[in-house]
Design a protein around this ligand. Structure first.
Ligand SMILES: [Zn+2]
Length: 235
């Protein structure tokens, strides 16, 4: 039996009363586990098999097969994520980034801590969008998908503060290499590393989140579905 702090990322009904869960554990990375009879046995799992709840779980480790969840005990519920629809959608956006970018069974305590700290910050009312952008870029960096922003991806030249960002090329292009501007997005590195300017312009931050969302989808071949809902909410 193994135990760890964990977050439930996704819950799918299986058979009549079971759930298949994608779980992000602190000590073992992202795992998939079967919660047998969880729909009926509220005693063992309660109503805690939900996202945005820090839990302590025990599971039966079955290498090469789906693990079996034995127990799930609540440590902390991040209530605001369940009460505020925009925050819930942004939280789902963070979860999708983890689902898509972090490989299974690969312990990554830094990413776990990052997710926990971001939930804590947003739960206490910190300005939301800058935290989401920081989270998005950090997960890209921790998963090895970080785009090259400080130098030209084509010729290696250091780029000035404004550059053209190419999703296909996976980073910034210098003036010489970006003759066809229609193939990229204008991006300011200063803005990205300057937290103060981030606080000021939420539309700009949202635009950047969207660019890196497109970048992530292009390089993983997977869609981040919650973003569509996010766009609807912000209209
Ligand atoms: Zn160049």
């Amino acid at each position: 039996m193994k135990t760890s702090q964990a977050f439930i990322l996704k819950k799918t009904t299986y058979a009549e009363a079971d759930y298949i869960l994608s779980i992000f554990t602190k000590d073992f990375g992202k795992i998939t586990a079967l919660a047998k009879n969880a729909k009926k046995s509220t005693k063992r799992f309660g109503g805690r098999l939900e996202p945005f709840v820090l839990s302590r779980i025990s599971f039966q480790d079955r290498p090469g097969r789906m693990h079996i969840l034995q127990e799930c005990e609540t440590i902390k519920v991040f209530l605001r994520f369940m009460e505020d629809v925009e925050l819930f959608t942004l939280g789902s956006f963070m979860i999708e980034n983890i689902e898509i970018l972090i490989p299974k069974e690969d312990p990554t305590e830094k990413t776990f801590q990052l997710f926990l700290n971001t939930l804590k910050a947003l739960n206490t009312g910190k300005t939301i969008l800058p935290e989401i952008l920081k989270f998005q870029l950090s997960v890209l960096a921790l998963s090895g998908f970080m785009p090259k922003l400080d130098s030209c991806t084509k010729c290696g030249k250091v780029v000035s503060q404004m550059a053209i960002f190419s999703i296909k090329k996976g980073g910034s292009l210098c003036q010489n290499c970006s003759s066809n501007k229609s193939n990229g997005y204008l991006l300011s590195r200063d803005f990205l590393i300057n937290a103060d300017s981030m606080q000021a312009d939420t539309n700009m931050i949202f635009r950047y989140i969207d660019i890196f969302r497109k970048y992530t989808e292009y390089h993983t071949g997977k869609e981040i579905k919650s973003f569509k809902i996010l766009k609807e909410i912000r209209k």
